[in-house]
Write a protein that binds this ligand. Structure first.
Ligand SMILES: Cc1cc2nc3c(=O)[nH]c(=O)nc-3n(C[C@H](O)[C@H](O)[C@H](O)COP(=O)(O)OP(=O)(O)OC[C@H]3O[C@@H](n4cnc5c(N)ncnc54)[C@H](O)[C@@H]3O)c2cc1C
Length: 440
């Protein structure tokens, strides 16, 4: 069910179009818009921009520390990547080797410990707030190409021996093929603690919990400017929030709210997902016998999982330049049938997409614009669990415990070349280069 919504910049407009046929939106049976728009001036300790996983986590964690919190969203909770993603709830980072290279071994161990806490936090919140979002434990990282098998093995060994995560186990070709009915996979790593969930239901559950805890949520309230200072003022078209702290969690469609050098540290990469018709329990279980979430270790990766109603949800990147929604769905469907030829007869019921906020080095980007003005961005396709921990880390920093925030803020980020208009074409060129490399 779609709430009435509007677009306030071009990317936002494109993102809006990409959820018109979302399985997640269709499988949430409650009304999606029940928060008012901000139409007056109010005061709060903390003003959070964006009601996705990150913003809602900041809000919950700040409330837990006794602060008054306002959350403003240009649309509604879960409208962004948090309500459209693959649902894979994972430990670690998009590029773990960068984390170790930049933070050193001790720093990488500390960051990994927080990423594990991130998955634990998702699982805890589902329990504590009784969120019905179909969490299913189990995750497989798989290799499709011989030269990526040693990479996968090396990653597993680093995670176990260097970064302090000893729950992983190795699956050779026979073992992986007994669990995933595809001839494509050569090896896999099993993680019993990571898993998958229905992200929109989880996000709406977090929003309910935030309201119950006394957070004031406003929908259809795009922030147009943050007036910086000792007591910042966050302005929307019809209202403003005067606060002590601002936290920006607006992701790829934020527009020009952030200072340009900070905005240039991320670029939006479109990713698309299709949902098949319901396959029935037997056919679904035959595809992925233990119903784990699965992702390969290619640069242009495929990610997929079964839904609670026995559909295959299959996602990946398809070139978007000029492609219609039907062509995008067809491109992802072809990738799905490449993995599972036995699904050639299956109908696609839903197809949707969103923008992943990637940094150049794929490490998350947490920073300060002023001592009372925070931002978190750049989860690089690895945000379901990490956004939760980002919220905790920021709330602790606001409360004066800055160690965890400082660790992430040490990560160095380069800017994408060009202004907002050039950032995507430049990135597309870089991606084409990687696509070529993957052909060999
Ligand atoms: C198709 C897709 C698949 C993905 N799959 C996975 C996966 O399987 N596993 C994983 O870990 N990660 C995945 N990700 C990444 C993950 O979804 C994100 O990292 C995460 O949801 C980011 O959460 P967020 O709260 O930072 O941003 P969002 O959820 O995007 O929320 C940002 C919010 O800010 C609001 N906003 C923006 N600008 C303004 C403004 N000016 N004023 C007010 N509000 C504003 C938006 O309306 C939006 O609601 C995927 C992403 C996509 C798009």
């Amino acid at each position: 069910m779609n709430a009435p919504t509007f677009a306030f910049n071009t990317l936002d407009q494109r993102a809006n179009a990409l959820i018109a046929n979302s399985y997640y939106e269709a499988s949430v049976t409650r009304p999606l818009a029940d928060d008012p728009a901000l139409d007056t001036a109010i005061d709060a300790d903390v003003c959070v921009i964006g009601a996705g996983f990150a913003g809602l986590s900041v809000a919950l964690e700040c409330r837990a520390r006794g602060l008054s919190v306002v959350v403003l969203d240009a649309h509604r909770p879960g409208w962004g990547a948090s309500g459209r993603n693959g649902g894979q709830t994972l430990v670690g980072f998009a590029k773990d080797e960068i984390i170790e290279r930049q933070l050193g071994l001790e720093g990488a161990r500390a960051a990994w410990a927080m990423s594990i806490e991130g998955v634990a936090l998702v699982r805890e919140r589902i329990e504590r707030y009784r969120i019905q979002c179909d969490f299913t434990p189990g995750y497989l990282t798989v290799a499709t190409r011989p030269k990526r098998v040693p990479d996968l093995r090396a990653w597993m060994e680093s995670a176990s021996q260097r970064w302090g995560y000893d729950r992983l186990s190795w699956l050779d070709t026979d073992a992986i093929r007994s669990r995933v009915a595809s001839g494509r996979y050569l090896a896999g790593v099993y993680d019993p603690f990571s898993g998958h969930l229905h992200p929109l239901k989880y996000c709406l559950g977090l929003a309910d919990a935030a309201r119950r805890e006394g957070v004031q949520l406003f929908a259809n309230s795009p922030v147009i400017e943050v007036v910086r200072g000792g007591r910042p003022v966050v302005q929307t078209p019809d209202g403003e929030v005067r606060c002590r702290f601002v936290v920006v969690c607006g992701n790829a469609t934020i527009g020009n709210v952030l200072p340009a050098p900070v905005a240039a540290r991320i670029a939006p990469i479109a990713s698309y997902i299709v949902a098949t018709q319901p396959l029935g329990a037997a056919r679904a279980n035959a595809l992925i016998t233990r119903r784990e979430a699965i992702c390969d270790n290619n640069f242009f990766l495929d990610y997929f999982r079964l839904s609670a109603d026995h559909r295959l949800l299959f996602g990946g990147r398809a070139s978007s330049t000029g492609a219609s929604p039907a062509q995008l769905a067809q491109a992802i469907r072809e990738r799905m049938v490449g993995v599972f030829p036995q699904l050639a007869d299956v109908k696609i019921d839903y197809a949707w997409g969103g923008f992943v906020d990637v940094t150049r080095n794929r490490a998350p980007d947490f920073g300060l614009i002023d001592p009372n003005y925070f931002y978190v961005q750049g989860f690089s396709g690895h945000g379901v669990a990490l956004t939760g921990i980002a919220g905790r880390v920021v709330a602790k920093a606001i409360a004066g415990q800055t160690a965890a925030f400082d660790l992430f803020a040490q990560l160095r980020h380069a800017r994408f070349p060009g202004g907002p208009a050039l950032r995507r074409p430049a990135l597309e060129l870089g991606m084409m280069y990687h696509r070529l490399l993957e052909l060999f």
